[in-house]
Design a protein around this ligand. Structure first.
Ligand SMILES: Nc1ncnc2c1ncn2[C@@H]1O[C@H](COP(=O)(O)OP(=O)(O)OP(=O)(O)O)[C@@H](O)[C@H]1O
Ligand SMILES: [Mg+2]
Length: 192
């Protein structure tokens, strides 16, 4: 099972989502769990170097070739973190995906890049949006949810903005954040 976390736009919560999904996968009994880091910046690999998660193995695969091999060869569940902007690498990740998770932020300026990312996904591949760092109760958030509903794109999660999540590798994984990401994993790996 390959769960690809991607959005062509940068800074939308891809790495955060990938790390939390990998941690939740272990807790839910997935075994083995692999976190494949396809970003040359290696943010998720560095995160796990700083804060290893028991049961998660990290594999760095920052080229199309390495990524294709990594995604084809493993057993169990792999969560794939992708770089922003690199359309070719993102396309090869998406092509080998069993499910695609698209983190985004609330707000209309975000829509076009998500639409481009969505257009890269083959018709039969399950995909869902995760709204990162959401400010609950704001118009921006409500409008964003309504927009994706109208577009018939499933929203797999709305993750509130939390200091504990923003801390990244500087602190241990934020428990309530794990609980927020749990339904996202469940929807991504659901048998269809
Ligand atoms: N729920 C949240 N609450 C608060 N801050 C968050 C939340 N989710 C993500 N962030 C913060 O948003 C910033 C961007 O997140 P992240 O690095 O995961 O995005 P990215 O899409 O991987 O970025 P890049 O495109 O540079 O790889 C980080 O500072 C992260 O801590
Ligand atoms: Mg990242």
């Amino acid at each position: 099972m390959n769960v690809v976390v991607t959005n062509l736009k940068g800074g939308v919560g891809k790495t955060t989502t990938a790390v939390y999904l990998a941690a939740i996968a272990v807790e839910k009994g997935h075994d083995p769990v692999l976190l494949i880091d396809a970003d040359r910046q290696a943010s998720s690999a560095e995160w796990l170097e700083e804060r290893p998660i028991e049961g998660v193995t990290v594999l760095e695969a920052p080229s199309e070739r390495m990524l294709a091999r990594a995604m084809a060869r493993h057993e169990g569940t792999a969560i794939i973190d992708t770089p922003p902007g690199d359309e070719r690498l993102v396309q090869s990740a998406i092509n080998a995906a069993d499910a695609v998770v698209i983190p985004t932020r609330a707000g209309g300026v975000e829509f076009p890049r998500v639409v481009v990312t969505l257009e890269m996904i083959p018709a039969g591949t399950p995909r869902g949006i995760v709204i990162s760092a959401a400010r609950l109760g704001t118009n921006d958030l409500e409008e964003t949810i309504a927009w994706w509903k109208a577009e018939n794109v499933p929203i797999w999660g709305v993750i509130p903005e939390r200091v504990g999540i923003a801390a990244g590798p500087e602190a241990r994984l934020y428990r309530p954040g794990l609980a927020e990401y749990e339904p996202v994993l469940r929807r991504a790996v659901r048998k269809r």
